[in-house]
Write a new protein. Sequence first.
Length: 397
Amino acid sequence: MTHRAQNYIVSHMNTTEIMSKERWQRVLENSQDRETPFQLILSDVIEEKYQELLDAIPFAKIYYAVKANPAPAVLSLLDRLGSNFDVASVYELRRLQELGISADRMSCGNTIKKFEHIKEFYAAGIRLFVTDSEGDLRNIAMAAPGSKIMVRLMTEGAQTADWPLSRKFGCSPDLAGDLLILARKLGLQPWGLSFHVGSQQRDITAWDSALSKVSYLFTWLLENEDLKLSCINMGGGFPATYRERTNPVQTYADEIKRYLEEDYGDILPEIIIEPGRSLVGDSGVLVSEIVLISRKSRTALERWVYQDCGRFGGLMETLGEAIHYPILCERNGPLEQVILAGPTCDSMDTLYEDYRYELPLSLAVGDRLYWLSTGAYTSSYSAIEFNGFPPLQTLVI
Ligand SMILES: Cc1ncc(COP(=O)(O)O)c(C=O)c1O
């Protein structure tokens, strides 16, 4: 089948909102004759997003969250653009090292780490660590002496983030204060506070409540412990373009700047951000093929559409039907509700059943689906051989 540029529809979304005609043309050219499923990453989108973030928040230092998309070509591109990197594991560290990126441009933002791995981070040259517990802090003091410590605060905002990161990470302000005091006693540098308001955070005021806890602790530690903090790490949370509307990054930046100025006036502490999704999300197009279309009864009003990429093929953030990607297909005409599922023998591999997409009635087996904004948290999630299916192939163009 030849895949042509015309007759594409996007449910609830105008393609041009996400991708120019020229970019779309490039996607099609690079998709021709390639066996599905696969993912294309448009590197110029990442470049654009990086510049946009840099312009919007010029006062912040960017540490790209490698976990969002660790493809070597993506990392090398961000390296060339001048980004720093936040690593979650020694495996990410090693990949960056292989690419010649030096560890003084890295932070370790994972609060859960083995003692031996902290040693490796330190030996490599990483000197900036995030923690949220006494056990981890004491390990850092032994394995990475003298390092800078950021203590991660627990945040609210789970209801308004499409992919919340609450509870598992962070601690309450009282413990955060204790940990920073202990860090100083242990010979570490109590550097500052960090938080993550939840990924794809659509409510900008989530930063306001996190920052007010931060500001309270900055003041309390200075006045009561003569401990001056230097840095705020605001994590990620900035949005990619999915089906639900979000504010532009500039609006996020303007509001956050206002919150910061209310607390610190003109002289801001060092500000770090760790964007993942907002930098790489929109750059990805995952191309799949429809394997089977069926109805579950003679009178069923919706069809099941099974395609060759599912949750185990990289679309893991459909878990809980959390992230709603814009989907393009190759047909037009009247629409009908569908339940979208993947190809494996596991009912967990049902992508959207409660959240209903509408796709053309004329949809047929062999048609391709184009999943837009799939550049973040997809390929790295794909299983290595669940049901024998190979991991998702990525092509950076
Ligand atoms: C410590 C840390 N920083 C940054 C990020 C990136 O967040 P986002 O993809 O929302 O930008 C994450 C995401 O899990 C994280 O755990």
